[in-house]
Design a binder for this molecule. Structure first.
Ligand code: TYD
Length: 133
């Protein structure tokens, strides 16, 4: 599905020992991961993002706290995902304008299909509206 959507990840364990959550190619990952990054020390209520990617696909996971992700796809459909559950990954296909608001000491893990390449970013909303996918 080429729209932003949530992927339920496998949780293994029990409440006595705790859990681990797995994302694995061929199991529940729609692309090969080339890069991972995560946020640290983001003050509460900060908004970041305000960009789209031309080719890169990503999965965002909120490991702690809350992240409110607003997405606008290439058909200009707007959606809001309130991420608080670390067993949910938010899949972002290419060409989705996204903004993240971080709350309650949020920590975000991102898995990306491509290496970092600034030329893959669309950082201006007008450019996003004019971008031919
Ligand atoms: P950016 O993707 O713009 O993050 P946010 O939307 O959360 O503000 O990245 C912030 C800065 O970090 C920007 O200068 C690019 C740089 N950066 C890298 O060098 N490598 C990476 O893998 C990423 C994701 C960002």
């Amino acid at each position: 599905m080429n729209k932003p959507h949530l992927i339920k990840l496998n949780k293994i364990g029990n409440s006595d020992l705790g859990y681990l959550v797995v994302i694995e190619e061929s199991l529940n990952l729609p692309f090969k991961i080339k890069r991972n990054y995560w946020t640290i020390s983001i003050p509460n209520n900060i908004k970041r993002g305000f960009h789209a990617h031309k080719k890169t696909q990503q999965i965002l996971v909120c490991l702690n706290g809350e992240i409110i992700v607003e997405t606008i796809d290439k058909d200009l459909n707007k959606e809001i995902f309130e991420l608080t559950d670390p067993t949910l990954g938010l899949y972002l296909p290419p060409c989705v304008w996204h903004t993240m608001e971080y709350k309650n000491d949020a920590i975000q893990l991102v898995m990306a299909s491509d290496l970092y390449f600034e030329n893959d970013y669309i950082r201006n909303y007008e450019d996003f509206l004019n971008f031919k996918y």
